[in-house]
Design a protein around this ligand. Structure first.
Ligand SMILES: NC(=O)c1ccc[n+]([C@@H]2O[C@H](COP(=O)([O-])OP(=O)(O)OC[C@H]3O[C@@H](n4cnc5c(N)ncnc54)[C@H](O)[C@@H]3O)[C@@H](O)[C@H]2O)c1
Length: 338
């Protein structure tokens, strides 16, 4: 059986991580990489094999089995369209876009083509997730508090709203995605941003955002994002059910219930490897453990944008979900109170 021939679009921080992980798989061959910065593509190809390609078309001409799209939020769209047109299975880094219309357009094209996809929400592969789910299986979630409290990451596009979507869309999306898994769908969001960007050239994002969330199953919660620190302070969520408190981060699960308190460690690197392994296995037809295909990431994108939109406009945003009693005719799945 030939190796899984993978190409990369984007050669920045996260592409380097995927390339390193994929290069460690015996059954994967890195065939090519393209980046709008050719020197970045050459450097990555030089490190892990394959060749630097001038553009996505040249990359797609190298007989690929899979493509990783690892571009910043604002740059999504054209690469995915070309990959879908070529009918090549596609892994897309989160967030899948900076807006909703691009993500919906790509989701529609993926569905029409019946294409195999995966999105980089690797928290879904944390070893403690099943345990958290089991603990919550027989008791409804009452309250959720999610947070991503961090610094401004060292990439120029991050602190521009039209480039990154802001901290909630770009970063806290990991937490929102896990919130959806463990507490179900959010039906209503009211969020506040502080209107003060972090002290970085050209920044126009809120440096802190807090949202109140109402869930379809009756729970309530909050999501907070901050980039005012010089370090990554905390990223994760706490969940309260009757007689049970859970706290989940990439490093593990803390449990407190009538039996006392315990901590189950998790290995974040293992989850980052698992998300790639699951995609490659699915592409090769030897596994079926892709936990976030594109359509599932679209639901997380909707929620993240609902928080960002509410913080920007000051209005409550209602989301239509499968379980919520919202008007069925909402084309985008989102309405904003006037
Ligand atoms: N899942 C995760 O844990 C994780 C971790 C880090 C980053 N990310 C996500 O990955 C994305 C990229 O982040 P990064 O840290 O790699 O950013 P980065 O700025 O380090 O790298 C992005 C690269 O994409 C290139 N690029 C921009 N537009 C392009 C285009 N149209 N075609 C080809 N290349 C293009 C840039 O030149 C750059 O080399 C972000 O959305 C980020 O949220 C995810």
């Amino acid at each position: 059986m030939r190796k899984c021939r993978v190409g990369l679009v984007g050669a920045g921080g996260v592409a380097q991580r995927h390339a390193r992980v994929l290069a460690g798989f015996d059954d994967v061959e890195l065939v090519g990489v393209t980046d709008v910065a050719p020197e970045a593509a050459s450097a990555l190809a030089g490190q892990h094999g394959g060749r630097a390609c001038a553009d996505v078309a040249e990359l797609l001409a190298t007989d690929l089995d899979a493509v990783y799209v690892c571009v910043p939020p604002f740059a999504h769209g054209p690469a995915e369209e070309a990959v879908i047109e070529a009918g090549v299975p596609m892994f897309v880094e989160k967030p899948v876009a900076v807006d909703l219309s691009t993500a919906e357009r790509i989701a529609d094209l993926v569905a029409r083509r019946g294409l195999r996809t995966a999105v980089g929400h690797h928290w879904r592969y944390l070893s403690v997730l099943d345990q958290a789910r089991d603990l919550l299986a027989d008791r409804p979630v009452r309250m959720v508090s999610g947070a991503w409290l961090d610094k401004v990451p060292p990439v120029a596009w991050w602190s521009r709203r039209d480039r990154s979507g802001g901290p909630v869309v770009e970063q806290a999306a990991h937490v929102l995605d896990l919130i959806r898994v463990l507490a179900g769908e959010v039906t209503e969001v009211t969020a506040y941003g502080n209107g003060t960007p972090p002290p970085v050239d050209g920044a126009d994002i809120d440096s802190v955002t807090t949202a109140a969330l109402r869930f379809a199953d009756g729970a309530v919660g909050t999501l907070s994002a901050a980039c005012v620190l010089g370090w990554k302070h905390r990223a994760g969520l706490e969940i309260l059910a009757d007689g049970l408190a859970l706290a989940i981060t990439e490093d593990g699960l803390s449990i407190r219930d009538a039996d006392g308190e315990r901590h189950v460690p998790a290995d974040p690197e293992a989850a980052r490897v698992a998300v790639d392994r699951a995609f490659v296995d699915a592409v090769r037809g030897i596994g079926d453990d892709v936990r976030v295909p594109y359509a599932e990431a679209l639901a997380t994108q909707r929620l993240a944008l609902a928080v960002a939109d509410s913080a920007r406009t000051g209005a409550t945003v209602r989301l239509a979900t499968a379980t919520a009693t919202a008007p069925a005719a909402l084309a985008s799945g989102v309405t904003v109170d006037a």
